[in-house]
Design a protein around this ligand. Sequence first.
Ligand code: NDP
Length: 502
Amino acid sequence: MDLNLPVDVTLQPGTLAFLESVPKKLLIGREWVEAASGETFATINPATGEELARVALAGAEDVDRAVAAARSAFESGPWSTMSGEQRGYLLWKLADLVEAHADELAELDTLDNGKPLRVSRKGDLPQAVRHFRYYAGLAGKIQGSTIPVSLPDLFVYTLREPMGVAGLIIPWNFPLLMAAWKLAPALAAGNTAILKPAEETPLSALLLGDLILQAGFPAGVVNILTGPGLPTGAAIVSHVGVDKVAFTGSTLVGREIMKNAALSNLKRVSLELGGKSPNVIFADADLPKAIKGANWAVFSTAGQECVAGSRLFIERPVYDQVLEGLASEAQRIRVGNGFTPGVHIGPLVSETQLERVMGYLEVGRQGRAEILTGGVRLGGELAGGYFLSPTIFTHQDDSQPLVQEEIFGPVVAATAFDDWQELVERANRTRYGLAAGVWTRDVSKAHRFAQAVRAGTVWINCYGLFDPAAPFGGYKESGFGREMGQEALELFTQTKTVWVGL
Ligand code: NDP
């Protein structure tokens, strides 16, 4: 999410005629193939509830085929002997192709996920391109070190080698960008990959598959399997031919993945999981900026973001003022079809997700919490889709599910705090630790909070900013391993130590 995105940019959607030409099959080797079972599933437009396309549903047999292709590409053939620099060229070429097809890819993400076209085109797409370019640059710079040891007449050095076949399982909230987050470092490091997009949003990954072929990646280096968590995702995780799984999604599924990875072949796992991020506004903050920031921190992407600032802590003296500002900002948000110019946020991704979020609203209402604004499913011309108005809860108890569980919808629980000790304790009273925000003009207070909060990312006087160079990942049950930056390469390489007797 880019706070600097101009909200008045409008883009003209194309005819979407190209939707017909997007592959709907599985990419295995360099071939687009039907699922062995012949099964398909529907991908739905969340803005209308209508079916967009039917896509091949990969089962265990298809996973076997993809693993065989990926294994063979890893062990023999051009990829296995390619230099890092050459892998970098291919990634750069892919970045150029993604950039050239940014309009189509953005439209596919808006169709499948519902997010405003402005956000897909001006936010997600450039970020995805940057990811491919960043890791294209790093591909030739992955190096070990020489190790001084205490024994005489020895020369010891390390090599950083790829893991092998990497299973990349991604969610639906940033479909193309998540594919780039995972594919770029995995390929830069020399792994081969099996990418499984979320069943809700397979389309941009499939078009990306075509671009990967055009870029000239050798057969089997990237395989794309569409299908649900069960059976497709689970079969990848349990396959003994997969060496590494990188996953983004819920903590619940992350737990399952870790268990199944352990039970199969102890494959390496990195998990980027849920969050319930505290966002803190001190009384000395630039309040108009903080209010806008807090509003965007939770409501952009309709709250369907792992880092959503869904617990808002406001220092008591400015509590009423901030709430008033926040409510007025929330009421100004235009919710609608992502293709309608001027829309700020789109629908929830699916009916299931809408029902889940509405369930939390109901639980909140039944507790002592009060809805300050929002909490309504939108009807009229939006009735066919899964639209919910931005919702602010107040007066909830910290122990309520509203405050403790990841809702993944446009819902914030706002609360007042009185002192530092209380703030730090309450901000950290969650099983999650993905991100946090703090708004203050006091530099030392900001840094003290950044140190006190148990979270993998802290934003001071800004929120939700990402860059391929800046590592990202969780504390506690928000997962482990750092994506992005040079640290992501550690997720996809292993160290070999070589001893040379002189
Ligand atoms: P999941 O965690 O279920 O899905 C994420 C990915 O994992 C999808 O590709 C999914 O497949 C796949 N998957 C599901 N089950 C398994 C399994 N047993 N083995 C391997 N892969 C599996 O998220 P949901 O879409 O169900 O969303 C539910 C909640 O998860 C949200 O409300 C939100 O709280 C959280 N979430 C968090 C995200 C984050 O970025 N931290 C992103 C998305 C969701 P498929 O979807 O195709 O079934």
